[in-house]
Design a binder for this molecule. Structure first.
Ligand code: GDP
Length: 454
C-alpha cells in the first residue's frame, strides 16, 4: 500500500502538532527529511527521537519523531509521528515535505481504514474511534471506549461461534442423512438459538440508553409569544444567544442549543410562539412550532403567569396531553394571575414548575425534573456494553428476527436447509457489524465521516 501522510492534530496555534505517516516508504522518507541530534541514530521501534526537520539544510522546525515498526503500529504498517510546534505554517511545511519525498496525502479516516483493512480492528471498533472523537459528554465517550476495546466484537464473536456449531451439526445431518441425527441437531439448535436470542435481546435493550447517551433528548420550548421562551433559553445556556424582545411573534425561526444534564446531552429548540394568527409570516413560524412539538421527545411549555390563562394556552395544553412534557409558570417575579392549582385540574400528570426566566430563578429545578423524568442518574455504562450506533442496533434487530425465524422453522419441523438459510443470514448480519460482509461502498461511506489525519 502507498505511504500516506496527514496532519493529525487540529489546525490552530497550539503548543505542539502531530504529522503522521504510514506505509512501506515511511522510514525512507523520514531519513531524507529528519536530521537527528544523536550521532549514532538508528530507526528503532517505539522510540522518540529529538532533532530537526530540514529541507536542503534549512531547518523547518525542531521536532520529536516517534517510530512504530510493522506490524506493531496503529495501521500495522511502518509508521512515524512527527511532533512539531503547533503552528499551521510549520505543520503544513512539514506535511508538504513528506509529500514531496514520496508520500501521498491521506484521505479522512485513512489511517483507521488501514487499521481495519489490515485486520487490527474490526469495523465496530473503527466506528467507536469516530464516536470517541465526537463524544459530547463523558458518558458517551465511556460507551465508545468500551466498544473500541472490542466489547461488541467479543460479544458477537461468541454468538458467531455458537452459530457455527449449529451449522456444523446441520451440515452433518445433510451429509449423513442415513444416521438419524436430525432430531438431535434440532434439539440442540433450538436450545442454543434460544440462548442467542436472549443475549441479542439484552444487547438491543441497551440501545434505549445508548440513544440517550449519544443523541440526547430533543426538547422543544413552546409557548405563546412573549411568554418568555427566548429568556428561558438565555437563562439555560447562560449566554445571550437567543434574541429577547418585547414585541410579540418576532422569534419566527427556531434556535437550537446543546446543554448537558447529568452527563446526557439535551438539545433544546426554541420555537416561535404558538398562536392562532392571520399573519402569514407568523403562521409559518407557528406551524413550525407545532411540527417541532410533534417531533420533540420532550416539550417544555412556558406560560406567562402574570396574565390570565387564555384559550390558546388551553389549546396548547390539549396539544401536549399525550406527550412527555413539563409546564413552566413564568414571570413569578410579577403579580401572578395563574397558580399551580389552576393548572393541576387541567394537566394532572405533568410536572409544573414556577420560574422567573428574567431573574434566572427555578432553572435548577427544571434540570432536576428532567433528570428524574429520564432517570439519568441511573444510566450507568461502566460495567456493561451499550449499543449507541443505529447501524449496529439495526443489524442486531435483524439478527433477532432471523434467529426467531430459525426457531419457528425448527418448531414447525421445516427441512433443515430452510433453517440454515436463516442461520446464515444471521451470520451475515454479524459480518455487517464487524465489517466482514459489508460492501466496499458502505465501508467507504463510514470512513468518510472521519476527520483528516485519523
Ligand atoms: P418569547 O416571545 O416567548 O420568546 O418571550 P421573550 O423571552 O422574548 O420575553 C418577552 C418579554 O417578557 C421580554 O420583555 C422579557 O424581558 C419578559 N420576560 C421574560 N421572562 C420574564 C420573567 O420571568 N419576568 C419578567 N418580569 N419578565 C419576563
Amino acid at each position: 500500500m502507498s505511504t500516506i501522510a496527514a496532519i493529525s492534530t487540529a489546525i490552530g496555534n497550539a503548543g505542539i502538532g502531530i504529522i503522521r505517516m504510514s506505509g512501506e516508504n515511511t522510514f525512507e522518507i523520514i531519513r531524507k527529511i529528519f536530521k537527528p541530534k544523536k550521532t549514532d541514530f538508528k530507526i528503532e521501534a517505539n522510540t522518540i527521537n529529538y532533532g530537526y526537520i530540514v529541507e536542503e539544510n534549512k531547518v523547518i522546525d525542531e521536532v520529536l519523531v516517534s517510530f512504530f515498526k510493522a506490524p506493531k503500529s496503529f495501521t500495522t504498517e511502518d509508521m512515524c509521528e512527527i511532533n512539531s510546534h503547533g503552528g499551521a505554517i510549520v505543520m503544513n511545511e512539514i506535511l508538504e515535505l513528506c509529500l514531496k519525498n514520496g508520500a501521498t496525502l491521506a484521505e479522512p479516516g485513512e489511517f483507521t481504514k488501514r487499521a481495519f483493512l489490515n485486520g487490527r480492528i474490526d469495523l465496530s471498533q473503527a466506528e467507536a474511534i469516530i464516536d470517541v472523537i465526537n463524544a459530547k459528554t463523558e458518558k458517551e465517550a465511556k460507551a465508545s471506549i468500551k466498544q473500541l476495546e472490542g466489547g461488541l466484537s467479543q460479544e458477537l464473536g461468541k454468538i458467531k461461534a455458537e452459530i457455527m456449531e449449529i451449522m456444523v451439526d446441520i451440515e452433518a445431518s445433510i451429509d449423513y442423512p442415513e444416521y438419524d441425527v436430525e432430531e438431535v441437531t434440532n434439539d440442540r439448535a433450538l436450545k442454543t438459538l434460544e440462548n442467542i436470542k436472549t443475549e441479542l435481546k439484552g444487547l438491543e435493550k441497551t440501545f434505549n440508553n445508548g440513544k440517550l447517551i449519544k443523541e440526547g433528548i430533543k426538547a422543544a420550548i413552546i409557548g405563546k409569544p412573549n411568554a418568555g421562551k427566548s429568556s428561558l433559553l438565555n437563562a439555560i445556556v447562560k449566554e445571550d444567544r437567543a434574541i429577547v424582545t418585547e414585541y410579540e411573534g418576532t422569534t419566527r425561526d427556531t434556535i437550537e442549543e446543546f446543554i448537558q444534564i447529568d452527563g446526557i446531552p439535551l438539545k433544546i429548540i426554541d420555537t416561535a410562539g404558538i398562536r392562532n394568527t392571520d399573519n402569514e409570516v407568523e403562521k409559518i413560524g407557528i406551524n413550525k412550532a407545532k411540527e417541532m412539538a410533534e417531533e420533540a421527545d420532550l416539550i417544555i411549555f412556558i406560560i406567562d403567569a402574570s396574565k390570565e390563562l387564555e384559550d390558546e394556552d388551553k389549546e396548547i395544553l390539549e396539544l401536549i396531553k399525550k406527550k412527555q412534557a413539563i409546564i413552566l409558570l413564568n414571570k413569578t417575579d410579577l403579580k401572578l394571575k395563574i397558580t399551580k392549582n389552576d393548572l393541576e385540574g387541567i394537566c394532572k400528570d405533568k410536572p409544573i414548575i414556577t420560574i422567573s426566566a428574567l431573574k434566572k430563578e427555578g432553572i435548577e429545578q427544571i434540570y432536576e425534573t428532567i433528570s428524574n423524568m429520564y432517570k439519568f442518574n441511573k444510566i450507568e455504562i461502566d460495567e456493561s456494553l451499550t449499543i449507541t450506533n443505529n447501524r449496529h442496533k439495526q443489524a442486531i434487530r435483524n439478527m433477532i428476527e432471523n434467529v426467531e425465524k430459525a426457531i419457528k422453522s425448527i418448531n414447525e419441523k421445516m427441512p433443515i436447509d430452510v433453517i440454515s438459510v436463516h442461520i446464515i443470514e444471521c451470520l451475515n448480519e454479524i459480518g455487517q457489524v464487524t465489517g466482514e460482509s459489508l460492501s466496499e461502498d458502505i465501508i467507504n461511506e463510514i470512513f468518510k465521516k472521519f476527520c483528516l489525519g485519523k
